[in-house]
Design a protein around this ligand. Structure first.
Ligand code: SF4
Length: 292
């Protein structure tokens, strides 16, 4: 098994077999992202990926139930190769239940509806996509390379193909000057997508990134814990999702919360309100324990 490190996978893929199909991120422009600072983007030759799958079969036996295809946006791999990878995985692991990967909205937009449906039928069950923000000013400032409208279109295309979509957003990405826009516009974007899973992360400024330089130069002001909670409250208040597991349990967050929307919305807001009251001691994750 060959990995170009560091590698990142969603928390919910903790027990999955990791197969590195691509290296780094084909976008790699986001000002806040430190995931691939040391990696040059590339797609691994199909033969190498197949060798790794066969090696994994020899190492772990036939019992593998979940596979996650690294790296940051393996959906950018051409469809015929992804189909070969999926077919081999399901052939050598007879108990395999799902294969997942990270995707960018642009990857979905580049593929036809038919291609995405074929991938879904071949066993691509879940895609994780970083929406980050629904505010176009923030997306541009952070060099995400997509607009909110493109994000919505890409997400809908994935879901329409029958692939489960799990999205993440980043609290604090607007800094002090656009916190309200980050909350309100992100909620609007999520409402349009209406995904089954939303994970809220909180911005952590990674040394070496363009955003870090902006912070050092005083051009970007990072929100403190209370300001993040205030932003999260506005976000949740504005969410109108039909059936979504919402979580803020990522290690970057100050207040880990979880629930199903819409039914748990009032409970989630009540906990945030309690945490916002200085008189009530709701334990927040200490700054030094926050992680990416
Ligand atoms: S946030 Fe995602 S799309 Fe942007 S550079 Fe990082 S891995 Fe690539």
């Amino acid at each position: 098994m060959r990995y170009v490190e560091p590698v990142f996978r969603p928390p919910s893929e903790a027990g999955s077999l990791l197969i590195q199909a691509s290296i780094g991120c084909s976008n790699n422009t986001c000002a806040f992202c430190g995931s691939n600072l040391t990696k040059k983007f590339g797609i691994r030759p199909l033969e190498e990926i197949q060798e790794d799958i066969l090696e994994a079969r020899a190492l772990y036996g036939e019992g593998v139930r979940r596979v996650f295809l690294l790296d940051s946006n393996a959906l950018c791999i051409k469809t015929e190769d992804l189909l070969e990878i999926l077919n081999l995985l399901y052939a050598v692991f007879p108990h395999l239940e799902r294969v997942g990967l990270y995707a960018c909205a642009t990857d979905a937009l580049k593929k036809s509806e038919e291609e995405l449906r074929e991938l879904s039928k071949a066993g691509l069950k879940i895609a994780y996509l970083g929406v980050e923000s629904g505010d176009d000013v923030i997306l541009k400032r952070m060099r995400k390379g997509v607009t909110a409208k493109q994000t919505i279109e890409g997400c809908k295309k994935i879901m329409d193909a029958g692939i489960t979509l799990s999205v993440t957003i980043i609290l604090g990405l607007g800094g002090k000057d656009r916190w309200m826009e980050n909350a309100v516009e992100t909620a609007k974007t999520l409402n349009h997508i209406d995904p089954p899973y939303v994970g809220a992360l909180t911005l952590m400024v990674v040394p070496g990134t363009p955003l870090h330089r902006e912070v050092l130069e005083g051009k970007f002001q990072v929100l403190d814990a209370q300001e993040i909670l205030r932003e999260m409250r506005v976000l949740v208040e504005n969410l109108e999702l039909t059936n979504c597991v919402f979580r803020s349990n990522h290690a970057s967050n100050y207040l880990p919360l979880g629930g199903t929307l819409p039914q748990d919305k009032e409970d989630i807001l009540s906990v945030i309100d309690l945490a916002l009251k200085k008189s009530v001691k709701v334990p927040l994750r200490p700054e030094k324990l926050r992680r990416l």
